[in-house]
Design a protein around this ligand. Structure first.
Ligand SMILES: Nc1ncnc2c1ncn2[C@@H]1O[C@H](COP(=O)(O)OP(=O)(O)OP(=O)(O)O)[C@@H](O)[C@H]1O
Ligand SMILES: [Mg+2]
Length: 258
């Protein structure tokens, strides 16, 4: 469990695009936040800044006590080990088996390839990888190449790999974007069960308002890179949420937001 503190964060790309403008929020340990906003509103940029894949133009991001911008290489490596990432396009190695992909979740804490190659990985890591695959109900396809699995199954392999990594903070970018509604709900159920079980701090981007309302403890809404909504899910109305995607009018009902 780690807190996440984003303070007055701005991100300008070299193209001149201001992707994030003065974004501030604190995710408490164990809090499940859903990030909403239309295409191009800055959601993925925010997640990439948090994990240190994008530089920050202004402001700061702290994961636990560690500031991303000022961390040295060793601190950054330690931090990345604690941040699990589940992205829309799975980021699996397509030519490798599900089991092999999951074993690679141990990469951050292992001392070399011996630990994450199926032939040489320690028995304990092999058993853990199988346990993670079992947790996402895919033990039966452990030896199958991931590019022969369905999209929903591939997303579950990516979740198993995240479990193998055993993170404290979880960043999830559109986990259900390429899944049918049933597989999408199953994936969200699985992810959120894990978030609750392990008391993970989670930030998840979604485009589906119904899923956001069903799963999020709290919703943060971005418009053109700025936070426009930040409130517990139970206080937000459908009108406020759909406004994020609609006209450029100011939001009329803003009492619930902070
Ligand atoms: N590498 C980049 N270089 C320049 N501009 C970028 C880059 N990545 C993103 N942008 C721009 O930053 C803005 C925010 O993009 P971002 O991908 O963060 O939005 P998003 O909310 O994740 O959108 P979507 O819902 O479509 O995934 C957009 O205007 C986009 O064109
Ligand atoms: Mg995105």
């Amino acid at each position: 469990m780690l807190s996440l503190t984003v303070h007055q964060l701005s991100k300008h790309y070299p193209t001149g695009t201001a992707a994030l403008k003065n974004v501030s929020f604190v995710a408490q340990p164990g809090e499940g936040i859903v990030l909403l906003g239309s295409n191009g509103s800055g959601k993925s940029t925010l997640l990439r800044c948090i994990v240190g894949l994008e530089s920050i133009s202004q402001g700061s991001i702290c994961v636990g006590q560690t500031s991303i911008a000022t961390a040295d290489a060793a601190q950054l490596r330690r931090l990345r080990r604690q941040i699990g990432i589940v992205f829309q396009r799975f980021n699996l190695v397509s030519s490798l088996s599900a089991f092999h992909n999951v074993l690679q979740g141990a990469l951050g804490r292992s001392k070399g390839p011996r630990y994450w190659l199926p032939a040489t990985a320690p028995q304990l890591e092999r058993e853990r990888a199988m346990h993670c695959l079992d947790r996402v109900r895919l033990a039966h396809v452990a030896q199958q190449r991931v590019d022969t699995l369905s999209g929903g199954q591939q997303q579950r392999v990516a979740i198993a790999r995240m479990l193998m990594q055993d993170p404290s903070l979880l960043l999830i970018d559109e986990p259900v974007a390429s899944l049918d509604p049933k597989a999408g709900r199953e994936t969200m159920d699985l992810l959120w069960d894990i978030v609750r079980e392990r008391k993970l701090t989670a930030v998840c981007t979604l485009h589906q308002l119904d899923l956001a309302k069903d799963y999020a403890d709290r919703i943060i809404g971005l418009r053109q890179g700025a936070v426009q909504i930040d409130a517990p899910t139970s206080l937000l109305t459908d009108h406020e949420l759909s406004w994020l995607y609609e006209s450029s009018q100011p939001l009329a009902i803003a009492e619930a937001t902070s």
